[in-house]
Design a protein around this ligand. Sequence first.
Ligand code: ACM
Length: 689
Amino acid sequence: MPNLLLCLLLAAMMAPAQNLMPWPARIAHRDGRLELGTFRVALAGFRDTTLERAAARLVERLARRTGVPFPVGVAADASEATLVIECPQAGAAESYTLDVTPRQARIEAGAPAGALHGMETFLQLVEPGPGGFSIPAVRIEDSPRFGWRGLLIDASRHWMPAEVIKRNLDGMAAVKLNVLHWHLSDDQGFRVESKRYPRLQEMGSDGNYYTQAEVREIVAYARDRGIRVVPEFDMPGHTSAWFPGYPELAAFPGPYRIERGWGVIDACMDPTREEVYTFLDGFIGEMSELFPGEYFHIGGDEVNGKQWDASERIRAFKREHGMKSNDDLQAWFNQRLEKIVSSHGKKMVGWDEVAHPDLPKNVLVQSWRGQKALAELARQGYEGLLSFGYYLDLAQPASFHYANDPLGGPGASLSPAEQTRILGGEACLWAELVTPENVDGRIWPRLAAIAERLWSPVEVTDLSSMYRRMAVLSRNLDWLGLTHNRAYPTMLARIAGGHDPEPLRLLAGILEPVKNYTRHRGRAYRQDTPLNRLVDAVAPESLEARAFGEDAGAMLAGKPGIEKSVVARLRAWRDNDARLRAVLQDSFLGADVLPLSADVATLAAAGLDAIAYLASGKPAPAAWISQQKAVLKRAAAPRAELLIMIVPAIGSLVDRAAKPGGLRLEPTGAAPPATTPGRRRPPEGLRRH
Ligand code: ACM
């Protein structure tokens, strides 16, 4: 990027309107602020009920945010209004401008979708100042980089009631996402009421399914917020829950039960039987009316083919049709399915595995395999979406998702025409280890980093800015009813029983769950396994450990004035273990956390010693260094499916203490270690052990 542009961008990010997320395409700051002593919103130009409801919601949300009882409703006279929303026509265009002067704010958008985004931006600008609530004078011209910005919520593996979906739709709208991909059926649950095939929900859901009335309500709720709903009914694999009610769809006779374990399951539809397509035509027809959107997702992933291989009839069918592999058989199934989906007026979406030379290119492919696979699909002529790198259930940090660009890696070498086939991306929240209690904490606030990657200009990559804005957004989501901040202390309190959970909070704040699919390797989780332990409560990314790592790094880089807070945190962690033992001694939910707590105390002591060595100007002795290396190695190993996230920062303190030269530090009160060879007084932190 040219330097001038970078300077402008950085200047903009430093300026008063600094809490926006996703960051807008263009922003120019002006002098002054618009005071919100009173607040009236008016609609100019095109009016429709979506805009009217959105404007009314904006007033309600502003009242909730500020605690000021602004008059409800929409004003008739634009000249008197604090905020005027002007939208000439209906449509789906998402761009908008927001012009704020000290006299009035004005949103102009080509269509309601853009106006909705402008309203979210307006709300993000509201701040309390010395004279009351106000927003800075700015001009924002904004439009998305990608047209498809989604979140998949898996409501099959664990049931997610309607209120979970609704509050997350509110959160999605706040960060300008526009697609809810609703994963509605899988081996572990069939979650929608079918009136035509009622045994689907009666025998496949344990009674936990969305009624058709609920589906309609949620689809309307999403539409009101500029979000389209793409239902996914995964097939021909991931279909165990269809078969208790309709075993005749399966490649093997059964009987079948709802699957309770996780992983790739053998149960699979029989693509060789006409009755299967008759059933699917009826089912997809019914669902196409229930879900009025343009797209219909048929899944298509992870067919292991075991049932097909084991069936003499299916093997014979493959031979008769000259099929060489199960991929060919699945492509046959998908071609039939594509015709059915098209006949009901929908565009078919599927995961990577659906791509096949025999399949028409009008199928949208969603890639869980990665940027390379996606780029190859675009080259072949498919439109595609990236989801690899956006799996929120794998407990990766926001920075990891933020660096994952749909047009990154091999995507960068696509021709402009091929690049336009990459429509955007979707975050995925698979729910094997997620419940309605911790779902918001698994999604938020990291989803905001993905939303920004999909909305903002490609140059917007500054990590510290992103993390700072994400923290602000995370707090503001509380006003929308998201539960990620509220559920966490409640889950810690459950583990702590009747004790004060504060020592547990101090430890939990620097822990993270193990990454990727590691949890499944250590324990045979099932659908009914309680998800109530510390690993289920802690945030997927420890922002406290991240902040500590940054401060420790800055201190080592010579930045003045940080060591007091670094030392204060280390002391708190060092002294926490004894307090935590008292909390957890009676709790079966917390006992497996105690070894981590002991290691945190030892690590913190090592960090304090390292700082004391650095302050002394003399390198730490070799024996001490090797002792700390052993501590670091032990502390880096997962226990109770948790990781201690301050290990790397302590490691760099220890490494630096081994080097000569010390560090100019303000007095911290840490006892200087005695370094007399032979009779070394153990440094501060080690004395307790
Ligand atoms: C997938 O992760 N199998 C879509």
